[in-house]
Design a protein around this ligand. Structure first.
Ligand SMILES: Cc1ncc(COP(=O)(O)O)c(C=O)c1O
Length: 357
């Protein structure tokens, strides 16, 4: 049975990328070795690593005034690394738009005067706060660009205005829509949704923010350590970076982020239109703040939600159960989810509605 995986992460990878990795797996381009067993100091791996860094720069139009880092520890590690590296005056403001944003803010409090400047908790994180005021004299403002669990995202309308660098957690939207990197001081993202298998975290940091880490900042968490060593200070997750490199090449071949964004908007549009025209399914997010990556929805009762998840799975639409903080369903439709996957979900939703109305 054809399976479409709606998991929030780790998530689907492009079929072409998986086939290519399979072809290379045992003998990478005549080296007689798999990438999984190669030295990270070998010429083969060096090429893979440097090409992946260069292609990410190309895809996101990243200038030479930014360092691109491949690190480990997940986006969660960045909740600590960001304040450890960027707090100089010792103050930062956080906008809490969901679970992960809350975790980031909570972690930062350990290292300085970090406060929640605004939150959308009052309406169960169904919107992005607008026109937020930030304190003067802060080191940065932290936002979560796409809220994976609650299905909201930042747009130009809600983009924060502050006299400080903006730090953005882009874990669940990186490479899904065009963004202007120059508007950010730092961007970070776990790779396991739009880029690669788990194990790699991307950090894009303005070079003038490097080198101010606290003296007790662990060496491995110092952005300068990683930047100075081209992210080869220690053994990187070589195979995951190799997979990321294949995904970057695949995206470039498809026409880059601009083209991917069109497809993503089309896919999300199909699903939201269907939900909005139904009285059986509901999405409670403020329409202007809806994510194009994670689409939460519910039926009219917990029993129907549970039945939906079970029967969807039996029909090849897997991992569609919503996060426990929200309940119901969540369709994560990252870059690698084909249009046909979204259409198959909508067909199933129609059938389920007619059988359970
Ligand atoms: C927006 C966001 N931030 C952070 C995380 C945590 O990422 P990791 O598991 O890589 O630490 C997630 C995971 O789903 C996420 O969606």
């Amino acid at each position: 049975m054809k399976v479409y995986n709606f998991s929030a992460g780790p998530s689907m990878l492009p079929e072409e990328v998986k086939s290519e990795a399979q072809k290379d797996f045992v003998d990478y381009k005549g080296s007689g070795m798999s990438v999984t067993e190669m030295s990270h100091r070998s010429k083969w791996y060096d090429e893979i690593h440097m090409e992946a860094l260069a292609n990410l720069k190309k895809l996101m139009n990243i200038g030479d005034d930014y360092a691109v880092l491949f690190v480990q520890g997940g986006a969660s590690q960045q909740f600590a690394a960001v304040p450890l590296n960027l707090l100089v005056k010792g103050r930062a403001d956080y906008v809490v738009t969901g679970n992960f944003a809350g975790k980031a803010a909570k972690e930062a409090v350990k290292y300085g005067d970090c406060i929640v400047a605004a939150t959308s908790k009052d309406k169960n994180f169904t919107y992005i706060p607008e026109n937020v005021s930030f304190r003067d004299d802060i080191d940065y403002v932290h936002i979560t660009q796409n809220n994976t669990i609650f299905g909201t995202r930042y747009t130009d309308r809600t983009y924060p205005v502050a006299n400080a660098p903006i730090v953005s957690d882009m874990s669940s939207m990186i490479l899904s829509e065009e963004i202007d990197v120059n508007k950010y001081g730092l961007i970070y993202a776990g790779a396991q949704k739009n880029i690669a298998p788990a194990g790699l975290t991307i950090v894009i940091v303005k070079k003038d923010l490097l080198g101010h880490e606290k003296d007790y900042c662990p060496t491995m968490l110092s952005y300068k350590t990683q930047a100075d060593a081209d992210s080869l200070y220690n053994t990187p997750p070589c195979f995951t970076i190799y997979m990321a490199g294949l995904v970057f090449k695949h995206l470039l071949k498809l026409g880059g982020v601009k083209e991917i964004q069109k497809i993503n908007e089309y896919k999300a549009g199909l699903l939201y239109d269907f939900i909005d025209n139904s009285s059986f399914y509901h999405n409670y997010v403020n329409p202007a703040d809806r994510s194009i990556m994670n689409v939460p929805f519910v039926c009219n009762s917990d029993e129907l939600n549970a039945k939906f998840v079970k029967e969807a799975g039996e029909n090849g639409l897997v991992s569609i159960k919503g996060h426990k903080l929200v309940g119901g369903m969540r369709a994560s439709i990252y870059n690698a989810m084909p249009v046909d996957g979204v259409k198959a979900l909508i067909e199933f939703m129609k059938k389920f509605e007619s059988e359970n109305k």
